[in-house]
Write a protein that binds this ligand. Structure first.
Ligand SMILES: [Zn+2]
Length: 485
């Protein structure tokens, strides 16, 4: 499928890496670790095996070889990552319309047909599976059981009964089973947070965009009220809140890579499942499949101009992306100058801001500001309040100003990164926003410097998936900025 081949998103850390050098991105992150647990890893595995037998006697497994192989291939990629731990993972498909997945201690992982049908792309399906694998790797099930039934479980383990084939019956006497509200499968909010974070690293490592995982969870959460098919997932995986933000905060810590694991076979597998009689979201409820054709660069057909309304901005992607040409021109404004790619256009705004962008980039007035889908914007924020403000305070004011025009704008890190621009102290703030392109995330790099004319700013914007292509041009522009006041 076209979609998945094009779905090579580059994480925003590239921004910091390429603008500032490797030091900025080479930070270490503390990842969640397994917590208190009375069970041994071996007992996790035994317990999961017994639970799998019990569960598989009650549910209907999909036997279609292609469907199974598809899910197993994704699962194996995820299980092979260094964050998945050393567990004997298995992946099976349960014929159930409820949008759900679950994993037993030690690795048996189940994906419902309803979940496969609800996913918009393979990265979302992989995201949920990665989240389940994270629960296994962090041993959340047995950790929670250990905390809830500390004395009894310690006694069972002490008696040596565990591992003698009667684990499930012994635990059943404590009320611990693999039922829907089992302490082994019903996670706390803090376990959810941990599984989101570790799951993000698992899918990233396997080659899937972790932001898709968060996006899928948030989408499901938003629809829970409307659709009872979703409720089961959140009854065992309670929404810890701010999922998207939490994942996006991790992205700058992840190693660079292209998200190229998608096989593009999801639509075909979904078709197969429907033919087998599985039911997904009712027609009309599911978001339409994204069509994002990207033709080869040598094609020169002009895209139709995009003149969509600013806030209802859900545009389809123009068919061609004009990459920056090698030659540069110089723009001289009041108090600053910079060089920009020769095939880009200059747009001078009413508020004395200047935008440079490829000729086919969508630009539109929104309030006072200009929304540029791909390109760079320069300007000054002036005002008495700014005279006394520190660079960081002035930058916060500017971000607030931008946010009033575009409420989806959100900083990725709590603290901007210090840098130098035109020999002066500057701050780099990385922001995400909803791209006017259907369902995409836009990266906005904001560089700010205090000058006698006010706060100078430069914004470099591109959809996440295009960011790498624009990186050399953005860096060239940024390095050429000269401030004169
Ligand atoms: Zn969970």
């Amino acid at each position: 499928m076209q979609w998945s081949r094009n779905h090579r998103l580059i994480a925003c850390w590239l921004a910091a890496l390429l603008l500032l050098g490797p030091a900025a991105a080479a930070r270490k992150r503390k990842l969640p670790k397994p917590g208190f647990n009375l069970f041994s890893v071996k007992q996790d595995i035994e317990l999961g095996r017994a639970g799998a037998k019990e569960i598989e006697s009650k549910v209907e497994l999909v036997t279609d070889e292609q469907v199974n192989r598809y899910v197993q291939t994704i699962g194996r990629k995820l299980a092979a990552t260094r964050y998945a731990g050393d567990f004997p993972y298995t992946f099976k498909v349960v014929r159930d319309d409820a949008i759900n997945a679950f994993a037993l201690p030690g690795g048996p992982t189940y994906v419902n047909t309803g979940l496969i049908l609800a996913a918009e792309n393979e990265a979302q399906l992989a995201g949920v599976m990665g989240h389940e694998i994270a629960h296994v790797a962090l041993r959340h099930g047995t950790s929670q059981a250990s905390k809830a039934n500390f004395i009894q479980i310690a006694a069972i383990i002490g008696s040596g009964l565990l591992g003698g084939g009667s684990i499930t019956s012994e635990l059943a006497r404590l009320g611990i089973s693999f039922g829907a509200s089992s302490v082994l499968l019903k996670y706390s909010r803090s376990a959810e947070k941990q599984a989101d974070i570790l799951g993000a690293y698992i899918v990233h490592d396997a080659g899937y965009n972790p932001v898709e995982m968060a996006r899928f969870f948030e989408k499901l959460q938003a629809e829970t009220g409307k659709r009872s098919k979703i409720a089961t997932f959140f009854s065992t995986h309670p929404d810890p809140g701010n999922r998207m933000q939490r994942i996006e905060e991790e992205v700058p810590y992840m190693a660079p890579r292209e998200y190229d694991a998608g096989s593009g076979r999801l639509p075909e597998i979904q078709k197969r499942l429907r033919a087998l009689g599985a039911a997904g979201p009712p027609a009309g409820e599911k978001a339409p499949a994204r069509r994002t054709p990207r033709t080869s660069p040598e094609r020169s057909s002009k895209p139709a101009p995009q003149t969509g309304p600013p806030s209802a901005a859900r545009l389809s992607r123009p068919p061609r992306i004009a990459l920056p040409s090698g030659s540069f021109r110089t723009y001289r404004g009041r108090g600053f100058s910079f060089r920009y790619p020769g095939n880009w256009r200059v747009y001078e705004g009413e508020d004395a801001s200047v935008t440079v962008a490829p000729p086919d980039a969508v630009t539109q007035a929104r309030g006072k500001g200009l929304t540029v889908v791909r390109g760079a914007i320069f300007g000054f924020l002036a005002g008495a309040a700014l005279q006394q403000a520190s660079l960081a305070e002035a930058t916060r004011l500017l971000v607030k100003r931008f946010q009033s025009a575009n409420p989806s704008l959100r900083p990725v890190n709590r603290q901007p990164t210090p840098m130098t621009l035109s020999g002066r102290p500057a701050l780099l703030t990385t922001l995400f926003s909803d791209s006017p392109y259907e369902g995409e995330t836009e990266i906005d790099l904001l560089v700010t410097v205090k000058t006698r004319d006010g706060l100078f700013y430069a914004v470099f914007a591109a959809p996440q998936r295009d960011f790498r292509a624009f990186q050399p041009a953005f860096r060239g522009i940024l390095n050429s900025v000269l401030l004169s006041n």
